[in-house]
Write a protein that binds this ligand. Sequence first.
Ligand code: TXE
Length: 503
Amino acid sequence: MKFDIKSVHGQGLPIFINGEWLDAGSGAQLPSLEPATGREWYRITDCTPAEVDQAVAAAQAALKAPEWCDITQTQRAGMIFDLAALIKEHASELALLETRDNGKILRETTAQISYLHDYYRYFAGMADKIEGSTIPVNKPQVLNFTRHEPLGVVAIITPFNSPLNILSVSLAPCLAVGNTIVAKPSEHTSASTIAFAELIKAAGFPDGVFNVVTGAGAGAGQSLISHSGVSKVAFTGGSDTGRRIAASVGDCLTQANLELGGKSPHIIFADADLDRAVNGAVAGVFASGGQTCVAGSRIFVEESIYEKTLEQLKTSALEVVVGHPEEPATQMGPLATRDQLGKVEEFVRSAKEEGARLICGGNRLEGSPYGDGFYFAPTLFANARNDMRFCQEEIFGPVAGVIPFSSEAEVIAQANDTRFGLSAGLWTRDLDRAMRCVDSIDSGTVWVNTFRSAAMMSPMGGFKDSGYGKHNGFASIRDFSRLKNVVVDYSGQKQDAFVVKLK
Ligand code: TXE
């Protein structure tokens, strides 16, 4: 690949517009640091409004280009299948780029990117099966039907934690429907998205169908989401930024899908299979250093098994192997940015001040082998209360509060006592209770006797302040298309056209 781990090193990365790589223009250069060492390893441009405008114009032109809008759905599917094959071929290079960029362990980035091969194949398969419906109306000889059309130019704004995975949950359905795209990756992790543009080109997508601009949220990001040529913004990131974006796109009546933060409850009832529950809870909050939107950062444990579970949680947390993300044995790498490290430290301080009892971790990991990398120890607090600040705000780090509860009603009330509503997990052998909890929990996903179990067919998206819109499955095809209703009167009858007859 043109942009592999070696060629990116020390370079100023270009942007990708209309099928071409363009060198940095007049925008400021932003450094991107390697989380495992804290050192700069490439630079990106903070694109100017003029460059963003150029990218949107290219995407708009591609929408109308015969080689994109006049081809059949099956031809479009063919390009997506070709892209999937290229992802498979280059998965290890892309995974290494992401690991170097955000510190996520190589085993996980490799698994995530390998999964993208199937993900694009799933949506390629869907591209020529996007059916509307025929709707019976109370009028003879009238054909009433719907069809899904491309929405237009979609701006995809991604965060640092899983750049290609998060890009793809919007990009794959967008391509299947026939939209065109301008992507803006996080300023901390742009390398894999720029490299991905190579695969798009090699798969034969026409110029302008996929474009990449880079830069800061307030600069390039804001110019992109407020551009009048954008029909929809697909944003994944923090809730505060999401709220600003919603206000901004609301002003232009641009649609948005917002996948925002979470504060997922992880509920362990006394009758649970404790080994499985503890394993799920520990991985649920420490995988990716807690930098996942679904991190189970509030662990509720029934009082009768509280002390025993606390011991098991602590033992498992202490066994988590923290180390260089490219080492095969590592289970948790560094945090993605220095800012995240500072944010986590601040939450640990506030948890202590509010009276939670630290049972493990709570500190940065320094000295050999961590050096100046952004490492933090897996951290658990006992005697946590749901109203403590660290149990209410998204930390995005390896920190959980373990909260005791005495009844099902109490734990459901506490689990729902949060502004977020992205996901929840519960562990019990009692099916009736599990289903009662499913009914009452206010979140877009509920996992029973499992956690962080995602699938391309499962609609994923939050309630409440966790945002709106769905990824995966046919739900995302609906989100990235517009529904047109067509009414054809073949009765040959002249109507009283001055009166609309609603039947
Ligand atoms: O996210 P931001 P950051 C949460 C997590 C984390 C916090 C901040 O709690 O600590 O958010 O992370 C772009 N117009 N999540 O600073 O600011 C920005 O450039 C257009 C949860 O990385 O939300 C980047 O590309 N774009 C989350 C992207 O938005 C703007 C994943 C995300 O940045 C913009 C990541 C603007 N005005 C962080 N401002 C999850 N749901 O998984 C910023 N951006």
